[in-house]
Design a protein around this ligand. Structure first.
Ligand SMILES: C[S@@+](CC[C@H](N)C(=O)[O-])C[C@H]1O[C@@H](n2cnc3c(N)ncnc32)[C@H](O)[C@@H]1O
Length: 323
């Protein structure tokens, strides 16, 4: 691969540290992107099976295949199905969730409120695009999404403005939406006023929380005793899910003095590491790393749990999937 990376991998050194020793390990990189993590694993002597739902990743995967032959394999698909996509035992699964720089930087993908393009935001290029949601959901549905997935306090005002604007003509482009939001709520603070709404729509379009929860349980199902699950997340809503997933599988008793009868379940996850953040040097070199949190834990021999969203703090998880 060339030295110029289309996506600067976040927390890679710390991910490698969590996985040491890598030599001879078989690792699933569930979010291949431009292959920065996969390359790091290969260079450290591991074999890699990579997954990504974005067909644009294929060209980067082909470069790695050429260079690394049978040490590397790529599968186009969603990590929520990783236990079906990969039919063999592995030593580690790594998820670096969210969007890649390539997806954000290319205006025509529709992820960025700074670049003009169709209001798309689909990582896989399939299913409903952001424009479908923005132009068809009710005011309440839009407001719920913006509030729950973007923690946007001005969700109702923005949703109202969207309804009024689309009654005139459909909202088709990123800048149309970004400008509408800016006009509605004004510019306050450092971040662009459309940041949270764009995050919320992206999460809805790609069913990111469903993917994350299903992916975590798929990893639990596939991994055997002693194997490691590593997750890097980029905002507090994601990190809360990962934290609670590990905690709820740790076998610790969660009852209170009001419900003292809770039976202790066998731990599925052990040696749960404290959250790890990027250090000052990395943040200086790669500002995207500022919001990243790394968590990992080791799989025990206990039976995998039945997947469930309960108790994981998944926003809008009560049957309101609008995408
Ligand atoms: C932050 S980037 C990963 C970057 C990668 N670690 C690298 O070094 O280049 C996230 C990637 O995960 C992919 N992705 C996000 N959700 C996914 C899912 N549910 N299934 C498969 N791939 C997913 C995105 O398409 C994107 O390429």
């Amino acid at each position: 691969m060339s030295n110029k990376q289309p996506h600067n991998p976040v927390l890679l050194a710390k991910v490698l540290e969590a996985l040491v020793p890598l030599k001879g390990k078989k690792i699933i990189d569930g979010t291949f992107g431009a292959g920065g993590y996969s390359l790091g694993f290969l260079q450290a002597g591991a074999r890699v099976i990579a997954i990504d739902r974005d067909p644009n990743s294929i060209k980067f995967a082909n470069q790695l295949s050429e260079e690394w032959g049978e040490e590397f394999r790529f599968v186009l698909g969603q990590f929520s199905h990783l236990d079906e996509l990969v039919n063999e035992q592995v030593d580690a699964i790594v998820l670096d969730i969210g969007v890649s720089s390539m997806q954000l930087d290319e205006g025509k993908r529709g992820f960025s409120f700074l670049k003009d393009g169709p209001l798309d935001m689909r990582m896989s290029g399939e299913g409903k695009a952001a424009a479908d949601l923005v132009n068809n959901l009710s005011q309440k549905q839009l407001s719920d999404i913006l509030f729950a997935y973007g923690e946007e306090k001005r969700a109702k005002r923005i949703a109202n403005a969207i309804i009024l604007a689309r009654n005139e003509s459909p909202i088709k482009t990123t800048l149309q939406l970004a400008n509408l939001i800016e006009k509605t709520v004004g510019k306050t603070g450092k971040i662009h006023p459309a940041t949270k709404s764009f995050q919320a729509l992206r999460i809805a379009v790609n069913s990111e929380f469903d993917e994350l929860v299903t992916g975590l349980f798929a990893a639990e199902n596939l991994l055997k005793e002693g194997a490691i699950l590593v997750v890097v997340s980029f905002h507090s809503l994601e990190d809360r899910i990962v934290k609670r997933f590990f905690a709820s599988g740790s076998g610790s008793v969660s009852g209170s003095r009001h419900s003292p009868q809770i039976e202790q379940e066998a731990a599925v996850w052990q040696e749960i590491a404290k959250p790890i953040k990027a250090d000052r040097d990395e943040i200086e070199n790669n500002p995207r790393s500022r919001s990243a949190t790394l968590r990992f834990a080791i799989r025990s021999a206990s039976k995998a749990r039945t997947p469930s969203m309960v108790g994981l703090g998944v926003p809008l998880s009560k049957g309101k999937n609008y995408a």
